[in-house]
Design a protein around this ligand. Structure first.
Ligand SMILES: Cc1cc2nc3c(=O)[nH]c(=O)nc-3n(C[C@H](O)[C@H](O)[C@H](O)COP(=O)(O)OP(=O)(O)OC[C@H]3O[C@@H](n4cnc5c(N)ncnc54)[C@H](O)[C@@H]3O)c2cc1C
Length: 385
């Protein structure tokens, strides 16, 4: 992008090399077996990627949303699954602890999360509360200087393998009485329930978190009791901008594979790229990808420069993710069509790209919820509800 700084370009090149060397060679097998590239996290730690948005004084790389989105795009182009796990770790857990945690909490959790010794995740969604996140039922009841947590979280990225979870729970009767707790694997009363088998993002383990009379000291509450909604919503905006980078990476790889194939595959005595219907798919894909790339990095740049107020940030993040996610699914589907029979097989990665791309139309806010956010900002809540 024209406004990438030298620092951004150096990051882009180093993450691209990391992805080629450490992610690409392993993803086909991991995708097939629903495994997890644990080694990659240690390497990301060495490269300074795990605390990418954390200040240098706190042990991070001191970068922002543009850099995080670059990392997502470069890794996402090779292996969207590991990138999704990286996003849950670095943006949903590490960034939140650095932004909202106390000095003690940062000291306790950040060093091992930033080195890759621990893996982090975030627990908001529940079996009966996904889009309606404030309808969560997990309760934290205060008992002197402790809280007793009961309930469960569902579809949690890194749930089956994570060490630390940034979790939300209800601490009052109002829908908005939501508090945040840091929960470590091994805490009595806390377990990671079942692991889900999925159509895509198969090398990103997804599972449940279960709280059964789980007692947590008051010191593991993040922020004020009952005042977590703003922190939660702001992080959702950052998640939506940065996860769009994964969609961009998937689309870029889909276009690269399809373009190469269109030049090489012969039919009726010509490369199939000579046919106008193939050209139409390729050109539309390329133009839509570039449009989404501009929109996503603009949102990231505006975030870093602090140019957006709360609602505007939410609308920009929603627009970037709504378009990028739909674009990546369609572009991956078009790549499958261009590759014909081969596209439908595991001989080429485009079928994986399509399975992975679809998740981003659901996770971090479905397309439908993002349209509601945009409509409310355009029409006002009186009209759009
Ligand atoms: C692989 C994966 C990883 C995930 N990782 C995490 C994680 O790390 N942490 C976490 O907390 N959550 C995570 N999630 C959960 C994810 O955020 C939710 O699945 C998502 O928010 C949708 O919620 P839901 O599945 O309950 O769908 P529902 O809310 O039940 O929605 C079902 C359908 O109804 C539509 N719908 C709902 N409300 C409306 C409305 N008002 N108007 C129009 N349509 C509506 C939805 O758009 C959707 O199409 C993950 C999910 C997946 C699949």
């Amino acid at each position: 992008m024209w406004y990438f700084s030298d620092e951004h370009r150096i990051l882009q090149e180093s993450v691209r090399q990391f992805a080629i060397q450490e992610l690409t060679p392993r993803i086909e097998k991991l995708d097939h077996e629903e495994g997890f590239n644990r080694d990659a996290f240690f390497k990301m730690g060495e490269l300074g990627l795990l605390g990418i948005t954390v200040s240098e004084e706190e042990g991070g790389a001191g970068m922002g949303a543009v850099s995080a989105t670059i990392a997502m795009e470069e890794m996402g182009a090779a292996d969207a699954s590991t990138t999704l796990s990286y996003l849950a770790h670095s943006i949903l857990c590490v960034n939140q602890i650095a932004k909202n945690g106390t000095a003690d909490q940062k000291k306790q959790f950040l060093p091992k999360l930033i080195s890759g010794e621990w893996i982090g995740g975030m627990g908001m969604s529940e079996p009966d509360a996904g889009s309606d996140a404030l309808g969560m039922k997990t309760k934290a009841i205060r008992q002197d200087h402790h809280y007793l947590l009961n309930g469960s979280k569902s579809w949690i990225t890194n749930g089956p393998i994570g060490d630390v979870f940034y979790c939300y729970a209800r601490t009052g009767e109002e829908r908005t009485d939501i508090s945040t707790f840091l929960v470590q694997r091994g805490t009595p009363g806390f377990s990671t329930g079942k692991k889900f088998s999925k159509m895509g993002m198969r090398a990103s383990p997804t599972g449940e978190l279960v709280f059964a009379n789980c007692s947590l000291p008051e010191g593991q509450r993040v922020g004020q009791e009952g005042k977590s909604i703003k922190m939660m919503m702001q992080n959702l905006d950052l998640e939506r901008i940065t996860i769009s980078g994964i969609s961009l990476g998937i689309a870029r790889s889909s276009i690269e594979v399809a373009t190469r194939y269109a030049k090489e595959r012969m039919a009726f005595g010509k490369p199939i790229g000579a046919f106008q219907q193939i050209q139409e798919r390729l050109t539309e894909a390329s133009a839509w990808y570039e449009a989404c790339r501009s929109l996503t990095y603009q949102a990231a740049q505006m975030w870093d420069l602090g140019l957006m107020q709360d609602r505007e940030a939410s609308m920009m993040a929603a627009k970037a993710k709504l378009q990028s996610a739909q674009m990546a699914t369609q572009v991956a589907l078009d790549a499958i069509q261009i590759l014909g029979g081969y596209g439908y097989t595991r001989e080429f990665p485009v079928e994986r790209y399509m399975r992975d791309a679809k998740l981003i139309e659901i996770g971090a806010g479905t397309n439908e919820i993002l349209r509601i956010i945009i409509a409310r900002q355009m029409l006002g809540t009186d009209v759009a509800g």
